[in-house]
Design a protein around this ligand. Structure first.
Ligand SMILES: *[C@@H]1O[C@H](CO)[C@@H](O)[C@H](O)[C@H]1NC(C)=O
Ligand SMILES: *[C@@H]1O[C@H](CO)[C@@H](O)[C@H](O)[C@H]1NC(C)=O
Ligand SMILES: *[C@@H]1O[C@H](CO)[C@@H](O)[C@H](O)[C@H]1NC(C)=O
Length: 383
C-alpha cells in the first residue's frame, strides 16, 4: 500500500445513511472466544498444521507457492472448518469458495495469472410471495495473500500473512455459531433483516507492485474483482438481485497487522461508528479475565473515539485494496496502522518480528467484531 497525495481533495464528510446490524456480545461470550479458540494455538507461526504457517513462504502471483497457499485456504474452508457438518446432507448453508482467476500485464510479464479467493457463507433466506426483490447483504472481510517480489526472499509476515490467517481464525470461531443461528431461524422464522446478513471473506492476490507502485502496477486482484462485482448480478438466489458490489454492507480491510504497538486511526467518517465499536471491544475486554494479552490502556490499538481527533479521516489518501471498492461507493473500514510498522517492505517482516501478543489480541478483536456485526449474540456459547 502507498500514501497517495490526492490532487483534488475529496470531501468525506458526507454522511451516508446505511444501517449496519450490530449487537454487542456478552462478557461471557467474549471470554469464551479466548478459552474455546486460543488464538495462538491456531496462529502459531511454527505449526505447519496451523492457519498461519502455510502463508509464511514467498508467494508471488502465478507461482507454485501461490497455488500452495490457495490450497491451504481451500482445504480449510471446504474440508476442515465444518468437520462433522455436511452441507449436502443438512439444511444449513455452509461455506462456498470460488476463485476469480484472470491474467494481467505487469512489469515482469504480460500474462501473469492472479487468483482472488472469494469465500462466503450466506443465511438461507425466506422470501415471501409478494416480497420486492431484495439485495443480499454481506459483511466483507479482506486481506491480500500475495507477497512482494523484492527484496528477494520477502515473506510478508505482517504484510499480510497474519491478516489472512486471522480471517480464517474468525471463520473458525463463528462457524458453529452461524450454524446454531441458522437452525434457530429455521425453526422460529427469519425475523428481522439483520438475520439475513451474510459473510464474505476475500483473499486478494496481487496487492503488491512488481516494480514501483502505480495505478496499474498494484492491487491487481482488488481492481479486477471490484470491476467484476460491479458488473455482475450476485447469483440470483432466492429472488435476490443486485450487483455483487451492492451486496457489500461494509468492506473491512486488514493490512500490516501483527507487529508490536499498532495504532489505527479512523480513516473514514462513514464507518466511524463501526471503528468505535471495534475500539470498545478492546476497552471492555481489558476487564475480562484472560481475554487479552495487552491489558494496559497505553497499548490501545485505536485512537480516541472523538470525531475531532480523527478529523482528518485520511482514508482517501491511502492506496490499498479497498480503493477500487471505495471509489465505487462501498463503505470501508480500513485496519492498517498509521504509521506503518518499521518492518514494512523489509526482509525483517518475518516470523521473528511478529509480536505474538499483538497477533493474539487482533484475532480476538476481529472475531468478536464479526460476531457482533452478524448478531451472533446468544449463539456463540456451546450450550
Ligand atoms: C517458494 O517458497 C520458498 C520458501 O519461502 C522459497 O524459498 C522459494 O524461492 C519460493 N519459490 C518461488 C518460485 O517463489
Ligand atoms: C455428505 O452427504 C452426502 C449425502 O448424504 C454424501 O453423499 C457425501 O459423501 C457427504 N460428504 C462428506 C464429505 O461427508
Ligand atoms: C496473453 O494471453 C492472451 C489471451 O490468452 C493472448 O491473446 C496473448 O497473446 C498473450 N500474450 C502473451 C505475451 O503471451
Amino acid at each position: 500500500m502507498k500514501i497517495i497525495v490526492l490532487t483534488s481533495w475529496l470531501i468525506l464528510s458526507v454522511s451516508i445513511a446505511f444501517s449496519n446490524a450490530y449487537m454487542p456480545l456478552k462478557d461471557t461470550e467474549l471470554e469464551s472466544i479466548a478459552s474455546q479458540f486460543p488464538p495462538l494455538e491456531y496462529l502459531n507461526p511454527l505449526d505447519d498444521g496451523g492457519l498461519l504457517q502455510p502463508f509464511l513462504i514467498v508467494r508471488i502471483p502465478g507461482t507454485e507457492n501461490s497455488t500452495k497457499v490457495q490450497n491451504h485456504v481451500n482445504d480449510f474452508f471446504i474440508k476442515q472448518i465444518s468437520q462433522g457438518q455436511n452441507s449436502s446432507s443438512s439444511e444449513i448453508p455452509m461455506w462456498k469458495v470460488t476463485h476469480d482467476s484472470f491474467q494481467d500485464s505487469t512489469p515482469i510479464g504480460d500474462n501473469i495469472t492472479f487468483t482472488n479467493i472469494c469465500v462466503s457463507r450466506d443465511p438461507e433466506l425466506a422470501i415471501n410471495e409478494g416480497d420486492k426483490a431484495r439485495t443480499r447483504k454481506r459483511l466483507t472481510l479482506a486481506a491480500h495473500y500475495d507477497s512482494k517480489l523484492y527484496p528477494e526472499g520477502f515473506i510478508g509476515a505482517i504484510d499480510s500473512a497474519v491478516p489472512c490467517a486471522i480471517l480464517m481464525y474468525v471463520a473458525k470461531v463463528i462457524d458453529k455459531a452461524l450454524t446454531r443461528k441458522q437452525a434457530f431461524l429455521n425453526e422460529n422464522g427469519v425475523g428481522n433483516e439483520n438475520n439475513q446478513l451474510g459473510l464474505q471473506i476475500l483473499f486478494l492476490d496481487g496487492e503488491e507492485a512488481f516494480h514501483e507502485w502505480t495505478s496499474t502496477d498494484s492491487i491487481y486482484g482488488a481492481r479486477h474483482l471490484a470491476a467484476r462485482m460491479e458488473n455482475e448480478d450476485i447469483e440470483n438466489v432466492d429472488g435476490l438481485i443486485g450487483s455483487g458490489l451492492s451486496s457489500i454492507d461494509t468492506f473491512v480491510l486488514l493490512d500490516l497487522l501483527g507487529a508490536a504497538n499498532p495504532r489505527i486511526p479512523s480513516y473514514f467518517s462513514e464507518t466511524h461508528d463501526l471503528y468505535n465499536s471495534m475500539r470498545s471491544i478492546q476497552k471492555r475486554g481489558r476487564n475480562i479475565k484472560g481475554l487479552f494479552q495487552h491489558k494496559r490502556r497505553e497499548s490501545n490499538f485505536f485512537s480516541s473515539p472523538s470525531v475531532s481527533e480523527n478529523v482528518h479521516f485520511l482514508g482517501g489518501t491511502l492506496g490499498d485494496d479497498h480503493t477500487p471498492f471505495w471509489q465505487r461507493g462501498v463503505p470501508v473500514l480500513h485496519l492498517i496502522p498509521n504509521k506503518f510498522p518499521p518492518q514494512w517492505h523489509h526482509l525483517t517482516d518475518d516470523v521473528d518480528h511478529l509480536d505474538l501478543r499483538t497477533v493474539h489480541d487482533w484475532a480476538i478483536i476481529i472475531a468478536a467484531f464479526t460476531a457482533e456485526y452478524l448478531e451472533l449474540t446468544n449463539f456463540i456459547l456451546d450450550q
